[in-house]
Design a protein around this ligand. Structure first.
Ligand code: NA7
Length: 544
């Protein structure tokens, strides 16, 4: 390693070699790797503690939808040895405890500045560095800026009149208070039935006096089938960690579930039904990620599976009219994020729960007393907005990020969402993104660990080669864009409105689907590309 005053990368007149924004799963691991590699690094975090997504999303019932042990860090043998998960799908408090443990276990806190919101990040071309401005007006300079912002960290409230006029308590699921919220005896409204809404609804229904769920589009939900993990089972899980992580790296989405190589109609109807029944009784995303190979790409296969899922909803809900309202008619199973549920459908059999179909009775406004629809005013004590996020680019839009010639990143992406490997952006030198736009979906911690290590190696390369500036070449960005488009073609999900295709009806300008908003290929194909760039000496990137 060459460093010190003679090294162009390391400029001691700058505050840091690298600043990372965000102390979630990405930021913590990025800090760990950079510090280990000897960089002067600092993490800026707007919250008062670590955890990112798991710091903010404290709503009742928040938990992993992926198996806890597969959705945590794999980088440290000691950590894997020390941490016991108590449930197959851990709840938010346990996940936050885990991330706090990681931060203290690896002494990460000393390099994190909390309550630090970055409002501006401007690239200074003459000296190849970034100048950041914080909300308190102070500035920080750094050679390289890494965004570890999370893909779902900019919550959006619905674009409905009168939200501020409500006189009761109101909360967004992703801005949930740290202090306990009392539900007992309360009449509560939940707006939104995505993954957060589903987890909230099934959790609070038994405690509240009355629950009214306002649903615009139902989602296909699948059983979570969660259960506790005893110490013996944890021992078995631990003994199997290596195989499990290898399996994740070979599956399409990085999960422990891999697609069945058979086509849906290659098996006889009896066998097909029995396979689906088994998947329905299995844990987590098995029915979504471990199904026949064509259910997410072939319309007829997808329709057959959707019919099966619809029959399950009908079986579980007493009132046939309510069941029909909960069965999606505008998209097939698995083409939007599948919320995982625990007796969610049975919740609608409860006498204290009502479902309002917003297509029949749209919300006119929020009043001081509750929710006014075209049918009536629903008077409530509390409104919970489970209305999602300005996904992926929203967290970048919040910061005034400017690259060469003071070009704003937001303007650039508003006209054309382009990156290179979801890591770099043309004309934004020394800006590196963990899980940026066009990045992999699926098992985020698995993808994060890979990306963090890739980015760390790139910076080590710059330092050892005495380089101070990196950006992608125009041709690299072009060929990545073509690759992204090609990978987006087969998935049915790309023809459906959802946050995964860049749609948010509450954000102006987010009304057109973006091809390749997220990477449509497999974990393996993404890694092969990134590996080949690194192994080839980063020829796709321009250094100076
Ligand atoms: P989602 O999945 O984006 O869900 C948001 C929900 O809010 C969804 O049901 C929306 O209905 C509904 N919504 C949004 N705006 C409105 C308005 N204006 N009126 C009525 N209903 C509205 O966010 P989540 O937080 O549940 O989950 C995000 C991800 O976090 C999830 O996919 C997991 O990966 C973890 P719509 O479907 O748009 O009609």
């Amino acid at each position: 390693m060459s460093s010190g005053a003679s090294n162009k990368f390391v400029n001691k007149s700058l505050d840091y070699d690298v600043v990372v924004i965000g102390a979630g799963i990405s930021g913590l691991y990025q800090l760990y790797c950079l510090r280990k590699a000897g960089f002067r690094v600092c993490v800026l975090e707007r919250g008062t503690g670590v955890g990112g997504t798991w710091y903010w999303n404290r709503y009742p019932g928040a938990r992993f939808d992926s198996e806890s042990y597969s959705y945590a860090y794999s980088f440290s043998e000691e950590l894997l040895e020390e941490w016991n998960w108590s449930e197959h799908f851990a709840s938010q408090p346990e996940i936050l405890r885990y991330l706090e443990y990681v931060a203290s276990r690896f002494s990460l806190l000393k390099n994190i500045r909390f309550s630090c919101e970055v409002t501006k990040a401007h690239y200074i071309d003459e000296t190849s560095h970034w100048k950041l401005t914080l909300s308190n007006g102070s500035t920080v300079t750094t050679r390289v800026l890494i965004t570890a912002l999370g893909i779902l960290s900019e919550p959006t409230f619905p674009d409905i009149e009168g939200i501020d006029s409500f006189s009761g308590d109101s909360f967004h699921t992703a801005l949930w208070p740290k202090t306990p919220v009392e539900f007992k005896g309360k009449n509560v409204a939940v707006i939104g039935t995505g993954a957060s809404g589903v987890q909230t609804i099934q959790e609070i229904a038994a405690t509240v006096r009355h629950l009214t769920v306002f649903q615009r589009r139902p989602n296909w939900c699948a059983p979570l089938n969660n259960s506790p993990i005893g110490l013996d089972e944890m021992k078995d899980i631990r003994a199997n960690y290596n195989d499990m992580f290898t399996l994740c790296s070979k599956s399409h989405g990085g999960f422990i579930w891999t697609l069945d190589p058979r086509g849906t109609f290659e098996v006889n109807p009896k066998e097909r039904m029995s396979f689906w029944e088994d998947l329905y009784a299995s844990r987590g995303m098995s029915i979504w990620q471990g199904n026949f190979r064509d259910v997410l790409s072939d319309t007829n296969a997808n329709r057959a599976l959707s019919d099966f899922m619809a029959s399950k909803i009908r079986q579980r809900i007493r009132d046939p009219e309510v069941a029909e309202l909960l069965i999606p008619k505008d998209h097939g199973f698995g083409t939007r994020r599948v919320p995982l549920e625990t007796r969610y459908y049975e919740t609608y059999n409860r006498p204290n729960v009502d479902l309002v179909d917003l297509n029949r009775n749209p919300i006119i406004r929020i009043s001081s007393k509750g929710v006014l629809t075209s049918e009536k005013e629903h008077k409530v004590d509390m409104i919970i907005y489970a209305t999602g996020f300005n996904a992926i680019t929203g967290s970048f839009d919040r910061i005034d990020i400017r690259g060469l010639s003071s070009q704003a990143l937001k303007d650039k992406w508003d006209s054309d969402l382009e990156t290179f490997l979801a890591v770099q952006v043309l004309n934004f030198p020394n800006l590196l993104m963990i899980n940026g736009p066009q990045g992999l979906g699926g098992n985020h911690p698995r993808n994060i660990e890979y990306s963090v290590e890739w980015v760390t190696s790139l910076l080590e390369h710059m330092r050892s080669e005495n380089l101070e500036r990196v950006e992608p070449s125009i041709s690299a960005v072009k060929s990545w864009s073509e690759h992204i488009r090609a990978k987006s073609e087969s998935a049915l999900a790309n023809n459906i409105d959802s946050w995964m295709t860049g749609i948010n009806t509450n954000v102006p300008g987010k009304d057109k689907r973006v091809i390749g908003f997220r990477y449509g290929g497999s974990v393996q194909s993404y890694r092969m590309l990134c590996d080949s760039v690194a192994e080839g000496g980063y020829k796709e990137m321009v250094f100076s």
